[in-house]
Design a protein around this ligand. Structure first.
Ligand code: MLT
Length: 411
Protein backbone atom coordinates (compact mmCIF):
# COMPACT_ATOMS: atom_id res chain seq x y z
CA UNK A 1 0.00 0.00 0.00
CA UNK A 2 1.19 3.49 -0.76
CA UNK A 3 2.13 5.54 2.28
CA UNK A 4 1.70 9.22 3.04
CA UNK A 5 3.99 11.94 4.29
CA UNK A 6 3.08 11.46 7.95
CA UNK A 7 4.30 14.94 8.78
CA UNK A 8 1.00 16.25 7.43
CA UNK A 9 -0.75 14.48 10.29
CA UNK A 10 1.16 16.66 12.76
CA UNK A 11 -0.48 19.82 11.38
CA UNK A 12 -2.99 21.50 13.63
CA UNK A 13 -6.56 21.96 12.26
CA UNK A 14 -6.96 23.68 8.89
CA UNK A 15 -4.74 26.45 7.61
CA UNK A 16 -5.88 29.60 9.42
CA UNK A 17 -7.62 31.44 6.57
CA UNK A 18 -9.68 28.50 5.25
CA UNK A 19 -10.69 27.85 8.89
CA UNK A 20 -11.95 31.43 9.24
CA UNK A 21 -13.76 31.13 5.91
CA UNK A 22 -15.44 27.94 7.17
CA UNK A 23 -16.72 29.69 10.31
CA UNK A 24 -17.86 32.75 8.37
CA UNK A 25 -19.70 30.58 5.84
CA UNK A 26 -21.50 28.74 8.64
CA UNK A 27 -22.53 32.10 10.13
CA UNK A 28 -23.69 33.38 6.73
CA UNK A 29 -25.82 30.28 6.15
CA UNK A 30 -27.45 30.70 9.56
CA UNK A 31 -27.83 34.48 9.03
CA UNK A 32 -28.41 34.92 5.29
CA UNK A 33 -29.22 38.64 5.57
CA UNK A 34 -26.22 39.61 7.70
CA UNK A 35 -24.20 42.30 5.83
CA UNK A 36 -20.80 40.74 6.53
CA UNK A 37 -17.66 42.84 5.96
CA UNK A 38 -14.40 40.90 5.69
CA UNK A 39 -11.27 42.46 7.13
CA UNK A 40 -9.71 39.07 7.76
CA UNK A 41 -7.39 37.71 5.09
CA UNK A 42 -5.08 40.34 3.64
CA UNK A 43 -6.53 40.21 0.15
CA UNK A 44 -6.64 43.33 -2.01
CA UNK A 45 -9.90 44.77 -3.31
CA UNK A 46 -8.88 47.65 -5.58
CA UNK A 47 -8.47 47.13 -9.35
CA UNK A 48 -5.12 46.49 -11.04
CA UNK A 49 -3.18 49.63 -12.01
CA UNK A 50 -3.91 50.88 -15.53
CA UNK A 51 -0.22 50.59 -16.50
CA UNK A 52 -0.25 46.85 -15.66
CA UNK A 53 -3.52 46.24 -17.50
CA UNK A 54 -2.31 48.01 -20.63
CA UNK A 55 0.96 46.03 -20.62
CA UNK A 56 -0.88 42.74 -20.14
CA UNK A 57 -3.34 43.51 -22.95
CA UNK A 58 -0.45 44.23 -25.32
CA UNK A 59 1.17 40.97 -24.20
CA UNK A 60 -2.02 39.03 -24.92
CA UNK A 61 -2.00 40.40 -28.48
CA UNK A 62 1.66 39.41 -28.87
CA UNK A 63 0.70 35.89 -27.85
CA UNK A 64 -1.90 35.92 -30.64
CA UNK A 65 0.62 36.65 -33.37
CA UNK A 66 2.99 33.92 -34.64
CA UNK A 67 5.81 36.48 -34.98
CA UNK A 68 5.71 37.50 -31.30
CA UNK A 69 4.22 34.39 -29.71
CA UNK A 70 6.14 33.01 -26.68
CA UNK A 71 6.37 29.45 -25.44
CA UNK A 72 8.22 28.53 -22.25
CA UNK A 73 10.12 31.45 -20.79
CA UNK A 74 13.22 31.27 -18.61
CA UNK A 75 12.42 29.48 -15.32
CA UNK A 76 14.09 32.35 -13.44
CA UNK A 77 11.98 35.02 -15.15
CA UNK A 78 12.62 37.20 -18.21
CA UNK A 79 15.82 39.24 -18.14
CA UNK A 80 13.99 42.51 -18.81
CA UNK A 81 11.92 42.08 -15.62
CA UNK A 82 14.84 40.90 -13.47
CA UNK A 83 16.93 43.89 -14.65
CA UNK A 84 14.22 46.37 -13.66
CA UNK A 85 13.71 44.72 -10.26
CA UNK A 86 17.44 44.74 -9.51
CA UNK A 87 17.86 48.37 -10.62
CA UNK A 88 14.78 49.92 -9.03
CA UNK A 89 14.10 47.83 -5.92
CA UNK A 90 17.74 47.36 -4.91
CA UNK A 91 20.51 49.24 -6.73
CA UNK A 92 18.58 52.53 -6.41
CA UNK A 93 18.67 52.01 -2.63
CA UNK A 94 22.37 51.24 -2.65
CA UNK A 95 21.94 47.45 -2.38
CA UNK A 96 24.42 45.38 -4.37
CA UNK A 97 21.95 42.98 -5.98
CA UNK A 98 22.43 41.78 -9.53
CA UNK A 99 19.60 40.83 -11.92
CA UNK A 100 20.94 37.26 -12.04
CA UNK A 101 20.22 36.96 -8.30
CA UNK A 102 16.47 37.65 -8.80
CA UNK A 103 14.17 34.65 -9.30
CA UNK A 104 10.69 35.62 -10.51
CA UNK A 105 7.93 33.38 -9.18
CA UNK A 106 4.18 33.09 -8.71
CA UNK A 107 4.14 34.02 -5.03
CA UNK A 108 6.09 34.80 -1.88
CA UNK A 109 3.98 32.27 0.02
CA UNK A 110 5.07 29.50 -2.37
CA UNK A 111 8.70 30.62 -2.26
CA UNK A 112 8.92 30.83 1.54
CA UNK A 113 7.66 27.23 1.61
CA UNK A 114 9.65 25.94 -1.36
CA UNK A 115 12.96 27.36 -0.13
CA UNK A 116 13.10 24.52 2.40
CA UNK A 117 13.77 22.13 -0.52
CA UNK A 118 17.39 23.28 -0.62
CA UNK A 119 18.07 23.07 3.14
CA UNK A 120 18.94 20.05 5.28
CA UNK A 121 16.71 18.40 7.84
CA UNK A 122 18.88 19.05 10.89
CA UNK A 123 18.78 22.85 11.00
CA UNK A 124 17.61 24.66 14.11
CA UNK A 125 14.83 26.96 12.95
CA UNK A 126 13.63 30.14 14.66
CA UNK A 127 10.28 31.83 14.07
CA UNK A 128 8.59 34.70 15.83
CA UNK A 129 5.45 34.11 17.87
CA UNK A 130 2.98 35.28 16.51
CA UNK A 131 4.06 34.49 12.95
CA UNK A 132 2.75 34.15 9.39
CA UNK A 133 1.56 30.51 9.65
CA UNK A 134 3.11 29.44 6.33
CA UNK A 135 6.63 29.48 7.80
CA UNK A 136 5.65 27.03 10.53
CA UNK A 137 3.34 24.75 8.55
CA UNK A 138 5.82 24.29 5.69
CA UNK A 139 8.47 23.24 8.20
CA UNK A 140 6.02 20.76 9.71
CA UNK A 141 5.26 19.36 6.23
CA UNK A 142 8.97 19.09 5.46
CA UNK A 143 9.54 17.03 8.61
CA UNK A 144 11.63 19.71 10.30
CA UNK A 145 9.60 19.68 13.54
CA UNK A 146 8.24 17.35 16.16
CA UNK A 147 4.57 17.24 17.08
CA UNK A 148 2.60 20.17 18.49
CA UNK A 149 2.13 20.50 22.25
CA UNK A 150 -1.14 21.55 23.89
CA UNK A 151 -0.19 25.18 23.43
CA UNK A 152 0.13 24.57 19.68
CA UNK A 153 3.94 24.88 19.62
CA UNK A 154 5.88 22.35 17.57
CA UNK A 155 8.85 20.53 19.02
CA UNK A 156 12.12 21.45 17.38
CA UNK A 157 11.24 25.07 16.54
CA UNK A 158 12.65 28.01 18.47
CA UNK A 159 9.82 30.48 19.13
CA UNK A 160 10.78 34.12 19.65
CA UNK A 161 7.90 35.99 21.32
CA UNK A 162 6.99 39.38 19.88
CA UNK A 163 4.87 41.43 22.22
CA UNK A 164 4.00 45.01 23.05
CA UNK A 165 6.90 44.92 25.57
CA UNK A 166 9.53 44.41 22.85
CA UNK A 167 7.69 46.58 20.26
CA UNK A 168 6.87 43.38 18.37
CA UNK A 169 10.49 42.89 17.36
CA UNK A 170 12.15 39.68 18.53
CA UNK A 171 15.15 39.67 20.86
CA UNK A 172 18.30 38.32 19.24
CA UNK A 173 18.59 34.68 20.46
CA UNK A 174 21.24 33.74 22.96
CA UNK A 175 21.37 30.21 21.52
CA UNK A 176 22.60 29.25 18.05
CA UNK A 177 19.96 28.88 15.34
CA UNK A 178 20.59 28.06 11.69
CA UNK A 179 17.53 29.42 9.87
CA UNK A 180 15.65 32.53 10.99
CA UNK A 181 12.37 33.83 9.57
CA UNK A 182 11.88 37.59 9.78
CA UNK A 183 9.00 39.56 8.25
CA UNK A 184 9.04 43.38 8.11
CA UNK A 185 6.73 45.24 7.90
CA UNK A 186 5.36 42.45 10.00
CA UNK A 187 2.47 40.19 9.29
CA UNK A 188 0.48 39.99 11.56
CA UNK A 189 1.48 42.80 13.97
CA UNK A 190 2.23 45.60 11.50
CA UNK A 191 5.52 46.31 13.32
CA UNK A 192 8.58 47.61 11.47
CA UNK A 193 12.31 47.10 11.95
CA UNK A 194 14.87 49.86 12.20
CA UNK A 195 18.22 49.56 10.43
CA UNK A 196 19.91 48.94 13.76
CA UNK A 197 17.55 46.06 14.55
CA UNK A 198 18.24 44.44 11.18
CA UNK A 199 21.96 45.05 11.64
CA UNK A 200 21.84 43.15 14.93
CA UNK A 201 20.28 40.21 13.06
CA UNK A 202 22.82 40.36 10.25
CA UNK A 203 25.67 40.46 12.78
CA UNK A 204 24.15 37.50 14.63
CA UNK A 205 23.66 35.51 11.40
CA UNK A 206 27.21 36.16 10.25
CA UNK A 207 28.67 35.22 13.63
CA UNK A 208 26.65 31.98 13.75
CA UNK A 209 26.69 31.00 10.04
CA UNK A 210 22.89 31.32 10.03
CA UNK A 211 20.66 32.18 7.10
CA UNK A 212 17.89 34.79 7.46
CA UNK A 213 14.72 34.35 5.41
CA UNK A 214 13.56 37.96 5.09
CA UNK A 215 9.96 38.37 3.99
CA UNK A 216 9.50 41.91 2.68
CA UNK A 217 6.12 41.38 0.99
CA UNK A 218 4.80 44.58 2.65
CA UNK A 219 7.81 46.88 2.07
CA UNK A 220 5.80 49.22 -0.17
CA UNK A 221 3.81 50.31 2.88
CA UNK A 222 6.88 51.85 4.54
CA UNK A 223 6.50 55.61 4.59
CA UNK A 224 9.06 56.57 7.28
CA UNK A 225 12.18 57.67 5.40
CA UNK A 226 14.63 56.10 7.85
CA UNK A 227 13.18 52.56 7.80
CA UNK A 228 14.93 49.97 5.59
CA UNK A 229 12.91 48.43 2.73
CA UNK A 230 15.31 45.56 2.12
CA UNK A 231 17.63 43.58 4.36
CA UNK A 232 20.34 44.20 1.75
CA UNK A 233 20.44 47.82 2.93
CA UNK A 234 22.42 46.35 5.82
CA UNK A 235 26.09 45.71 5.12
CA UNK A 236 26.93 42.01 5.12
CA UNK A 237 23.36 40.84 4.41
CA UNK A 238 24.44 39.46 1.01
CA UNK A 239 26.33 36.80 2.94
CA UNK A 240 23.49 35.71 5.21
CA UNK A 241 20.03 36.55 3.82
CA UNK A 242 17.47 35.49 1.24
CA UNK A 243 14.72 38.06 0.60
CA UNK A 244 11.15 37.43 -0.56
CA UNK A 245 9.11 40.10 -2.34
CA UNK A 246 5.72 40.19 -3.98
CA UNK A 247 3.59 42.24 -6.37
CA UNK A 248 0.46 41.09 -4.53
CA UNK A 249 0.10 43.90 -2.05
CA UNK A 250 1.73 46.88 -3.80
CA UNK A 251 0.19 46.31 -7.25
CA UNK A 252 -2.87 44.25 -6.35
CA UNK A 253 -1.56 41.00 -7.91
CA UNK A 254 -3.07 38.55 -5.38
CA UNK A 255 -5.21 37.10 -8.16
CA UNK A 256 -2.71 37.78 -10.95
CA UNK A 257 0.31 36.10 -9.26
CA UNK A 258 3.82 37.46 -9.46
CA UNK A 259 6.57 37.70 -6.87
CA UNK A 260 10.32 37.20 -6.65
CA UNK A 261 13.03 35.85 -4.40
CA UNK A 262 16.56 37.20 -4.10
CA UNK A 263 19.32 34.65 -3.57
CA UNK A 264 22.72 36.38 -3.60
CA UNK A 265 25.54 34.43 -5.24
CA UNK A 266 27.73 35.04 -2.20
CA UNK A 267 25.42 33.03 0.06
CA UNK A 268 26.62 29.59 1.11
CA UNK A 269 25.66 26.80 3.52
CA UNK A 270 27.38 23.56 4.47
CA UNK A 271 26.93 20.22 2.69
CA UNK A 272 27.09 16.92 4.60
CA UNK A 273 30.80 16.63 3.80
CA UNK A 274 31.39 20.04 5.36
CA UNK A 275 32.11 21.94 2.15
CA UNK A 276 30.44 25.29 1.44
CA UNK A 277 27.83 25.19 -1.32
CA UNK A 278 26.38 28.22 -3.11
CA UNK A 279 22.68 28.44 -2.35
CA UNK A 280 22.11 30.30 -5.64
CA UNK A 281 23.14 27.17 -7.57
CA UNK A 282 20.78 24.95 -5.59
CA UNK A 283 17.83 27.33 -5.90
CA UNK A 284 18.50 27.74 -9.61
CA UNK A 285 18.55 23.94 -9.96
CA UNK A 286 15.38 23.61 -7.91
CA UNK A 287 13.47 26.22 -9.91
CA UNK A 288 14.67 24.85 -13.28
CA UNK A 289 13.44 21.41 -12.28
CA UNK A 290 10.18 22.13 -10.49
CA UNK A 291 9.01 25.42 -12.01
CA UNK A 292 8.34 26.65 -15.54
CA UNK A 293 8.26 30.33 -14.78
CA UNK A 294 5.50 32.92 -14.53
CA UNK A 295 3.41 33.58 -17.64
CA UNK A 296 4.82 36.08 -20.15
CA UNK A 297 1.64 38.15 -19.88
CA UNK A 298 1.88 38.48 -16.11
CA UNK A 299 5.59 39.31 -16.20
CA UNK A 300 4.84 42.14 -18.66
CA UNK A 301 2.22 43.34 -16.17
CA UNK A 302 4.80 43.25 -13.36
CA UNK A 303 7.34 45.07 -15.52
CA UNK A 304 4.85 47.92 -15.96
CA UNK A 305 4.98 48.50 -12.17
CA UNK A 306 8.44 49.97 -12.78
CA UNK A 307 7.33 52.52 -15.41
CA UNK A 308 6.79 56.11 -14.23
CA UNK A 309 3.07 55.67 -14.70
CA UNK A 310 3.12 52.32 -12.83
CA UNK A 311 5.10 53.79 -9.93
CA UNK A 312 2.61 56.66 -9.56
CA UNK A 313 -0.34 54.24 -9.68
CA UNK A 314 1.05 51.82 -7.10
CA UNK A 315 1.88 54.74 -4.81
CA UNK A 316 -1.76 55.73 -5.03
CA UNK A 317 -2.96 52.18 -4.29
CA UNK A 318 -0.66 51.79 -1.30
CA UNK A 319 -1.67 55.25 -0.06
CA UNK A 320 -5.31 54.26 -0.30
CA UNK A 321 -4.83 51.17 1.91
CA UNK A 322 -2.65 53.15 4.33
CA UNK A 323 -5.46 55.69 4.70
CA UNK A 324 -7.80 52.77 5.48
CA UNK A 325 -5.31 51.60 8.12
CA UNK A 326 -5.28 55.10 9.65
CA UNK A 327 -9.08 55.18 9.78
CA UNK A 328 -9.07 51.76 11.49
CA UNK A 329 -6.46 52.87 14.07
CA UNK A 330 -8.23 56.16 14.79
CA UNK A 331 -11.71 54.67 15.16
CA UNK A 332 -10.62 51.71 17.27
CA UNK A 333 -8.62 53.99 19.54
CA UNK A 334 -11.67 56.24 19.89
CA UNK A 335 -13.69 53.12 20.82
CA UNK A 336 -11.27 52.57 23.71
CA UNK A 337 -9.25 49.74 22.14
CA UNK A 338 -5.43 49.53 22.15
CA UNK A 339 -4.00 49.29 18.65
CA UNK A 340 -0.53 48.65 17.19
CA UNK A 341 0.85 48.67 13.65
CA UNK A 342 -1.19 50.16 10.81
CA UNK A 343 1.25 53.00 10.14
CA UNK A 344 3.91 51.56 7.81
CA UNK A 345 1.86 48.43 7.29
CA UNK A 346 -1.60 47.37 6.11
CA UNK A 347 -2.35 45.42 9.29
CA UNK A 348 -3.68 46.73 12.59
CA UNK A 349 -2.98 44.56 15.64
CA UNK A 350 -5.63 45.09 18.29
CA UNK A 351 -5.52 44.09 21.97
CA UNK A 352 -8.78 42.30 22.72
CA UNK A 353 -10.77 44.13 25.43
CA UNK A 354 -12.09 42.79 28.72
CA UNK A 355 -9.81 39.74 28.72
CA UNK A 356 -11.59 38.20 25.74
CA UNK A 357 -9.68 35.45 23.95
CA UNK A 358 -8.87 36.05 20.30
CA UNK A 359 -11.59 33.64 19.13
CA UNK A 360 -14.14 35.11 21.60
CA UNK A 361 -13.45 38.52 20.10
CA UNK A 362 -13.75 37.03 16.59
CA UNK A 363 -17.20 35.61 17.47
CA UNK A 364 -18.32 38.83 19.14
CA UNK A 365 -17.34 40.97 16.15
CA UNK A 366 -18.92 38.53 13.73
CA UNK A 367 -22.18 38.27 15.65
CA UNK A 368 -22.62 41.81 16.94
CA UNK A 369 -21.00 43.81 14.11
CA UNK A 370 -20.93 41.28 11.25
CA UNK A 371 -17.25 42.13 10.81
CA UNK A 372 -14.60 39.48 10.18
CA UNK A 373 -11.02 39.82 11.36
CA UNK A 374 -8.30 37.32 12.19
CA UNK A 375 -7.82 35.93 15.72
CA UNK A 376 -4.28 36.64 16.92
CA UNK A 377 -3.98 33.19 18.44
CA UNK A 378 -4.21 31.77 14.91
CA UNK A 379 -0.72 33.22 14.34
CA UNK A 380 0.75 31.58 17.44
CA UNK A 381 0.34 31.20 21.19
CA UNK A 382 1.73 34.67 21.93
CA UNK A 383 -0.95 36.14 19.65
CA UNK A 384 -3.62 35.11 22.16
CA UNK A 385 -5.48 38.18 23.37
CA UNK A 386 -4.86 40.01 20.09
CA UNK A 387 -6.79 40.38 16.86
CA UNK A 388 -5.64 41.41 13.37
CA UNK A 389 -7.66 43.77 11.20
CA UNK A 390 -6.66 44.12 7.58
CA UNK A 391 -6.83 47.47 5.79
CA UNK A 392 -7.38 45.80 2.43
CA UNK A 393 -10.94 46.73 1.56
CA UNK A 394 -12.99 49.51 -0.01
CA UNK A 395 -13.27 52.81 1.88
CA UNK A 396 -17.01 52.35 2.32
CA UNK A 397 -16.55 48.93 3.89
CA UNK A 398 -13.80 50.13 6.21
CA UNK A 399 -15.89 53.14 7.34
CA UNK A 400 -18.96 50.98 7.86
CA UNK A 401 -17.05 48.24 9.71
CA UNK A 402 -15.45 50.81 12.05
CA UNK A 403 -18.82 52.42 12.73
CA UNK A 404 -20.26 49.04 13.68
CA UNK A 405 -17.29 48.12 15.89
CA UNK A 406 -17.54 51.56 17.55
CA UNK A 407 -21.24 50.94 18.25
CA UNK A 408 -20.47 47.48 19.65
CA UNK A 409 -17.85 48.69 22.10
CA UNK A 410 -19.44 52.02 23.01
CA UNK A 411 -19.98 52.36 26.71
C1 MLT B 1 -2.67 37.29 5.24
O1 MLT B 1 -3.85 37.60 5.42
O2 MLT B 1 -1.89 37.08 6.16
C2 MLT B 1 -2.23 37.24 3.83
O3 MLT B 1 -3.26 36.87 3.00
C3 MLT B 1 -1.06 36.41 3.68
C4 MLT B 1 -0.76 36.07 2.29
O4 MLT B 1 -0.61 36.97 1.47
O5 MLT B 1 -0.64 34.88 2.03
Amino acid sequence: MATINDNYLKLKAGYLFPEIARRVNAFAIANPNAPIIKLGIGDVTEPLPQACRTAMKTAVEEMGDRATFKGYGPEQGYGWLREKIAAQDFQKRGCEIDASEIFVSDGAKCDTGNILDIFGKDNTIAVTDPVYPVYVDTNVMAGNTGTANDGGKYGGLVYMPITAENDFTAEIPTEKVDLIYLCFPNNPTGATASKSHLKAWVDYAKANDSIIFFDAAYEAFITDADLPHSIYEIEGARDCAIEFRSFSKNAGFTGTRCAYTVVPKTLTAASADGSDVELWKLWNRRQSTKFNGVSYIVQRGAEAVYSDEGQAQIAQLVGFYLENAKIICDRLTAAGLSVYGGVNAPYVWVKTPNGLTSWDFFDKLLQAANVVGTPGSGFGAAGEGYFRISAFNSRDNVEEAMKRIGDTFKG
